[in-house]
Design a protein around this ligand. Structure first.
Ligand code: SF4
Length: 362
């Protein structure tokens, strides 16, 4: 992070549900932590909502279209529901849209070249880490790093205690962007079209099976989120998702107006359409070389066995086997599994306690 002359924080909307402080105070707290600029991802979410409405209004779609905002869901479609690939809304995520807008503003403000500006997403999930390393929308992500909400939580709490609302005087994102953190938030901004919001990887799978079997009727847009409770239930959040939801909804209710405010010309929107497309990624196509593929397959089986087998989707992969494949391909690590991570932390805690105990005895 210190390699950059100018550092931008991109707080995910779910960050606002973690603290019972006003949004201005949380953003002022981030400035206190050393960021030079804050760009709310909720602003990018407003823009994506507007773009999605425009896309849905165009004729010729096979409904329902499916949101691409959750990387774990996009991955799920890639590996398990290839027939649904064409239904994915190919508009960049709020994170990428926000990063592009933030960099542009920072360059204009500081006169610095793009390479000196670092962009850091404050994330509720590991799926965004994988997404930044290997984006599906374009060749490279404009985000330079991902910081887990759980990692920044304590320091930000202390910074919020000392911060004053007046220290963040920029215009705040609107209602529509903030509620993207909660299930149903994205789809509540869709006008004139029938929507369905689903969360939890198993429910998402169930809905996708219904689409494949032509059992789902009258729905034109699906907001699908891998985590139960949406991003407020992301594995890298700290607050109980139900408490976070209440905090977030209170903040959103205080934010007027309650509609998508951003209006932009169509040419402008085209900048945020994917420049890359995703392919069906059958889980067993590991390498073109048969020998290498067999070795990788063996390793994959071994890792799958060692994972908890919950298929919770919290790591950003749609199931344990898919995570094992990502590990074998080198795009994920075992600690991305939230159960593994928890066990490691517990073990570390015990080791520290034992060490402390030994020192006392000495
Ligand atoms: S639902 Fe979960 S996996 Fe999907 S973007 Fe939100 S926090 Fe990440």
């Amino acid at each position: 992070i210190n390699n950059f002359k100018y550092k931008i924080a991109l707080p995910a909307p779910s960050l606002y549900g973690q603290y019972d402080y006003s949004r201005r105070r949380i953003l002022a707290g981030l400035l206190k932590l050393g960021f030079d600029m804050i760009y709310e991802v909720a602003k990018g979410a407003e823009l994506v909502t507007y773009a999605t409405n425009m896309l849905l209004d165009k004729p010729g779609h096979t409904y329902p279209l499916i949101s691409s905002a959750c990387p774990a869901v996009v991955k799920l479609i890639q590996v398990r529901f290839p027939d649904l690939i064409d239904r994915i809304v190919k508009i960049e995520s709020p994170m990428e849209v926000s990063a592009a807008m933030a960099v542009q503003q920072a360059m204009e403000k500081t006169g610095l070249p793009e390479k000196d500006i670092g962009v850091f997403f404050i994330s509720p999930c590991a799926a965004k880490v994988t997404n930044v390393k290997a984006p599906y929308e374009k060749t490279t992500s404009r985000v330079d790093g991902v910081i887990a909400i759980s990692d920044i939580y304590k320091n930000l709490l202390e910074a919020c205690k000392q911060a004053d609302e007046s220290e963040y005087d920029k215009e705040l994102a609107g209602f529509q962007g903030i509620i993207w953190a909660d299930t149903g938030g994205e789809s509540s901004g869709i006008q004139k079209h029938k929507t369905l919001a689903v969360d939890g990887i198993h429910h998402v799978i169930d809905i996708f099976e219904k689409i494949e079997n032509e059992e789902l009727h009258g729905v034109e847009f699906i907001e699908a989120l891998a985590c139960t409770g949406g991003c407020l239930g992301g594995p890298l959040t700290v607050e109980n998702p139900y408490v976070a939801k209440t905090i977030l909804r209170n903040k959103a209710d205080n934010q007027q107006p309650k509609k998508t405010r951003m209006e932009i010309p169509e040419e402008e929107l085209n900048k945020y359409v994917w420049t890359k497309d995703i392919q069906y990624k059958p889980i067993l196509k590991l390498d073109d070389d048969f020998g290498v593929a067999m070795e990788m397959l063996e390793k994959l089986e071994e890792i799958t066995e060692s994972l908890p087998g919950l298929d919770c989707g919290a790591c950003g992969a749609p199931g344990c086997r898919a995570l094992a494949e990502d590990i074998v391909r080198g795009t994920s690590i075992k600690a991305d599994c939230i159960v593994e991570l928890r066990d490691k932390v517990k073990k570390l805690e015990q080791e520290i306690k034992q060490l402390k105990g030994k020192k006392k005895c000495e």
